[in-house]
Design a protein. Structure first.
Length: 346
C-alpha cells in the first residue's frame, strides 16, 4: 500500500501537478514565460515552465468520443524523462500527441475532432470545433494521466483556443515546504504545493496511512500474543521431560538454558522463513509487474526497509525468549510430582 501511494504521488509530482504550481491565471503566454524565467532563477528551483489545460471532447474518425484534457506545456527535462515516445513526434507545432492507452481509436497521422468551449460574442461561452492532426503517441508510468491527457505545445493550444489561461509549474530540489518559504521570501506568495492542489487525495491517503499503521500495530499484538501462547504450550508439552531431567539431577539453570535455547531456535526459524518469503516475493515481483500494470495502471517500486524488519524481528525474538523464561520459571516453581501427574500444571 505504501509503495502504491509513493508511486501515485511520484507521478503527480512529475506529470500532473508538479512539485509546486502558480495557477495565476495568466492570459498572456509571453507574460507567463517571463515570470517563469524569473522564478527559475530563485535558489532551489530546478525548473519553472508554463503550461495550460484545455478540457475537450475528442471524436475520432471512427466516431468514438471521449472527454479528455489537452495539456500544452513548455516541457522541461524532468517532465520529458517520464514521458516516453511510442510513435511519431511530441510537441510538434500544429499537432497533438495522444497516449498509448487511447491508441485503439486515436492513432498517429489521423485527424481528431476537438470540441471545446470558448468565449462568444453574443453568448458568454459557445462550443467550438477544430480538426487537429495526431502527430505522436506517448506513454508514462501513470495510467490515470495517460487515460485523461493529450499533449501539445503551448503555441498549438493557443492556436486552438485563444481564450486559454496559463499557469506556471515548478520543480524544486528542496523539501516542498522549504521551497514555498524561499519563494514566498522572493515575493511569490500564491504558489501551491502538490499536497495543497490535491488536498482531498492527500488527506485520504494520510488517513489510509494511519489506518494501515493501526492495522500493523494490531497484527504485531496478535503475533506477540500468539508467540506467548505458543511458548506456553511448548513448555507445557515438555513438562514431563523437564520433571524427568530434574529427577535425574539437572539444575534449574540447565533446564532454563536448554528449553530457552529451543524457543530461540524456533523463533529464529520462524523469522527466517518469514523474511525469506518476503525477499522471494520481492525477487519475483519484476516478472509480475506487467500484469500488475495492466490491472492497476501503475508500476510499483517495492522495497524492504531493512532496519524496520531488523527491529521488528529483534523485538519478536526477544519477546519469545522472555515468554519462554517466564513460562519455565512458573513451571519450575511447581512440585516435580505435579509435573508427572497433571497434563498441565496451573
Amino acid at each position: 500500500m505504501q509503495a502504491l501511494q509513493r508511486s501515485q504521488f511520484t507521478d503527480i509530482r512529475n506529470l500532473e501537478s508538479f512539485d509546486l504550481q502558480w495557477t495565476g491565471p495568466f492570459t498572456s503566454m509571453e507574460e507567463a514565460r517571463t515570470i517563469a524565467r524569473q522564478i527559475a532563477e530563485v535558489e532551489g528551483v530546478s525548473a519553472a515552465f508554463v503550461y495550460t489545460d484545455l478540457p475537450v471532447i475528442v471524436q475520432s474518425e471512427e466516431g468514438k468520443t471521449i472527454s479528455l484534457r489537452l495539456r500544452g506545456i513548455d516541457a522541461p527535462p524532468r517532465f520529458l524523462e517520464h514521458t516516453r515516445l511510442f510513435k511519431g513526434e511530441l510537441f510538434t507545432e500544429g499537432t497533438i500527441a495522444s497516449s498509448y492507452t487511447n491508441y485503439g481509436w486515436i492513432k498517429e497521422g489521423r485527424q481528431a475532432k476537438l470540441t471545446f468551449l470558448r468565449r462568444g460574442k453574443q453568448a458568454t461561452i459557445v462550443p467550438s470545433t477544430k480538426n487537429v492532426e495526431v502527430g505522436g503517441i506517448f506513454y508514462t508510468n501513470s495510467w490515470e494521466f495517460d487515460r485523461a491527457t493529450l499533449l501539445a505545445s503551448l503555441e498549438t493550444v493557443h492556436a486552438i483556443s485563444a481564450d486559454t489561461a496559463f499557469s506556471i509549474g515548478l520543480y524544486s530540489d528542496l523539501p516542498i515546504q522549504q521551497a514555498k518559504r524561499v519563494l514566498s521570501k522572493a515575493g511569490y506568495r500564491d504558489i501551491q504545493s502538490y499536497q495543497e492542489v490535491n488536498e482531498a487525495l492527500w488527506s485520504a491517503m494520510e488517513l489510509e496511512q494511519k489506518m494501515m499503521g493501526l492495522m500493523l500495530a494490531v497484527m504485531v499484538v496478535i503475533v506477540l500474543v500468539h508467540a506467548y501462547s505458543s511458548t506456553r504450550r511448548l513448555v507445557a508439552a515438555k513438562q514431563r521431560e523437564i520433571a524427568m531431567l530434574m529427577t535425574m539431577g539437572a539444575t534449574r539453570r540447565l533446564v532454563l538454558a536448554t528449553f530457552i535455547g529451543q524457543a530461540a531456535v524456533i523463533a529464529v526459524v520462524g523469522l527466517g522463513l518469514g523474511v525469506g518469503l518476503c525477499w522471494g516475493a520481492l525477487a519475483l515481483y519484476p516478472h509480475y509487474a506487467p500484469l500488475l500494470y495492466r490491472r492497476l495502471g501503475t508500476s510499483l517500486v517495492l522495497q524492504i526497509r531493512v532496519w524496520e524488519v531488523v527491529g521488528l524481528s529483534v523485538g519478536i525474538f526477544a519477546f519469545s525468549l522472555i515468554s519462554a523464561t517466564f513460562a519455565l520459571k512458573r513451571l519450575l516453581g511447581s512440585d516435580i510430582m505435579e509435573m508427572f501427574v497433571y497434563d498441565e500444571v496451573n
